[in-house]
Every structure is written in C-alpha cells, then in structure tokens.
Write a protein that binds this ligand. Sequence first.
Ligand SMILES: CCCC/C=C/CC(=O)SCCNC(=O)CCNC(=O)[C@H](O)C(C)(C)COP(=O)(O)OP(=O)(O)OC[C@H]1O[C@@H](n2cnc3c(N)ncnc32)[C@H](O)[C@@H]1OP(=O)(O)O
Length: 365
Amino acid sequence: MRASQEDFESAMNQVKLLKKDPGNEVKLRLYALYKQATEGPCNMPKPGVFDFINKAKWDAWNALGSLPKETARQNYVDLVSSLTSSSESSTQVKPGADRGQQEYENLVVTSEDGITKIMFNRPTRKNAISTQMYQEIMLALKAASKDDSTITVVTGNGDYYCSGNDLANFTDIPPGGVEEKAKQSAIMLRDFVGTFIDFPKPLVAVVNGPAVGISVTILGLFDAVYASDRATFHTPFSHLGLSPEGCASYTFPKIMGPAKSCFSFQATEMLIFGKKLTAGEACAQGLVTEVFPDSTFQKEVWTRLKAYSKLPPNSMRISKQVIRNMEKEKLHAVNAEESSVLQERWLSDECINATMNFLSKKAKL
Ligand SMILES: CCCC/C=C/CC(=O)SCCNC(=O)CCNC(=O)[C@H](O)C(C)(C)COP(=O)(O)OP(=O)(O)OC[C@H]1O[C@@H](n2cnc3c(N)ncnc32)[C@H](O)[C@@H]1OP(=O)(O)O
C-alpha cells in the first residue's frame, strides 16, 4: 500500500521525537526524500564548493533524479519507520537497566559514596557537547536531582574538561532550514542552562583540564569549582561571532567584582575579548574555588568531596535554596535573553564564517 499524506506527516513528527541521533548520512537522505516528496526533482542552483553544508544537501536531493513524488514519500515513511523500530530496540535491555541505571552514549554516570559523578565522555573530540550530549546531560542532572546521593559532580574524561559547543551541531540542518535550526538550538540552550539554574543539590565542577565556551560560562551556576593547575578558562565568543550564554553576562561581572571596578573588566575581557585565564587567574577572580597541582588533583579533590558528602543532605539542600532562590527569577530572565540574542547570532555571517573556518580546518582557538 502507498504511503498517504497523513502517513508522511506522521513520519515527519516521528523524526522530531527520535531518541538517538541517526547520523548525518541518514539525515541527508531524509532531507533529500522530503524535498523530493514535497517539491519534486531538485530545482535549486548548485551551491559553491565552499558552501559545503548546502552542497551536501543539494547533492543528496539531486541524486534522486526524477524519482516520483509518491515513491519519495513512501521511501521517507519507510526510512523513518526503520529508524523508530531500531531506536526502540536499542533502548531496551542494557547492562545496568535492572539496577535502574540509565545508559548514556556521551557520558559516564556513576553513583558512589553519596556522590553522583557525571563525566563528559567524548575525549577524542575534547568532550565537545553534541546535540545528543546536551540532552543526555539534562537527563543525567534530572536523575541526579532525584537519586539518593547528596552531592553531584561534573567532570571530563581525558585531557580536556570540555571544548564547549560541538561546532558540527550547526551542520545538522532540519527541513525548516537554518532559521528553524537556530530556533531549536535557542530552545535547547535555554532548557539546558535552566536545568543548572534549578538544580536543587550541591553541584561541584571538577575541572580536570582546559574548559571552553559554554562549559566555562555555566560554572557561575555551580556551588564549588575545583581546578587542576592544567586547566584554562576560555570564552572565545567574539572570535566565533557569538555572544555570552550560561548566564555569564550576569554571573561573571557579579563574581568578578562590582561594576566599574577594575575586577569587572576581567569579566568583559573574558566575554568580549575572549581572554583565556589560567586556573590561578580564574581562582583570583572568584570563578574557581581552589586550584590543585595536577599530580595530586584527583586524590585531593575526591577526598574532600567524600567528606562533604557525609554532611546532612537536607541541610545542604536547604542552604543552597536559601543562597540561590532570590536569584533564580533573575537568572531565568537572563538565560531567556541570552538564548534569544544567540538565536540571531547563529544566523550572522560572522558566526557562519567562523564555524565554517573551524570545520574546514582553517581555524582553531
Ligand atoms: C546549542 C547550544 C549552543 C551553546 C553555545 C555555546 C558556545 C560555545 O561553547 S563557544 C566554544 C566552541 N568551541 C570551540 O570553538 C573550540 C573548537 N576547538 C578548538 O579550537 C580545538 O579543537 C581545541 C583548542 C579545543 C583543541 O585543540 P587540539 O589541537 O588540542 O585538538 P584538536 O585536534 O583540535 O581536537 C581533536 C578533535 O576534536 C575536534 N573538536 C575539538 N573541539 C571541538 C568542538 N568544540 N566542536 C567540534 N569539534 C571539536 C577537533 O576538530 C578534532 O577533530 P579531528 O580529529 O577530526 O580533527
């Protein structure tokens, strides 16, 4: 039986609900089939060779030649159906499921000695945060807020703490185009940062190495930040045609000193001029609680955290509430404003060019 228009629309909705990123190749095929089913054979001028995102999309659509619209619609529905059934089977029984533990692709989450540890686990990408990883971090934080641990710790696997947003996230363009992508990203960013603002238990960052971008800005929402002396703190927003997020436009000047004092210039030097701070400098500015020599970092930090985790949990949670609640409304408002400014920035030539330069290996920080 041929797929109807309703089957097609239902498949489009199912794509948005996929639990697992199907990868760029499948997404290109979905894009091409969608265009063919709705518009017929490729009717766009061929993009230039350096416009490689649109070129890849054009190639995929053009490769469908004169495939009839109905067949493209059927193929789209079949492809989505194969994706939904494989994602259902891959979330079934996994090791740890019987202990109520969730499995993550880009995180290692463990709970021991009253401490839930959320470790970024993409060391070959310097722990850059992919779209899927944002979702996983939100899920892990929500689970940690309800489990029986007293403290939650965020750290990184490998030589980096985290290299910030995965710049390849912007190559995954939905059928609605780049505007739709920017809109979806702004919603995800607001939810992601909101999860940190609302996190109810003591939240500690164990910064094992260099930290970049959003992994630095959200530190202002943690309750303690311990850093190895190998760590650096870098927010290269202007270099990337971006603007601050993670509430840093509010927390950094507040943490680093009152307005117009020489200290608040440290915040603007970081957020506007992209100055990279050493761990010692970040500690002097109040962004880091304490710095440890890398050789003894893990031992010293975890000994301290284990002692803290034995403190009465309700008292710690209530103290956090008393300290943070007055600020919550303001932080949510700042988060919404920063996300909406970024939604526009992502569509700017400055941002698109900087992202292309990184992805085509012409630039690095
Ligand atoms: C939707 C919400 C959006 C919120 C917005 C947040 C804003 C930010 O977070 S801005 C910060 C974005 N991050 C960057 O600009 C960092 C880019 N990376 C680099 O400049 C360098 O990779 C590095 C300085 C972090 C490390 O350099 P190093 O020479 O030591 O290692 P590499 O060989 O470059 O890295 C290994 C491998 O990993 C890839 N990679 C590293 N970071 C990222 C990243 N952020 N996005 C995508 N890919 C990244 C790098 O390309 C290498 O890949 P290959 O092995 O394939 O070459």
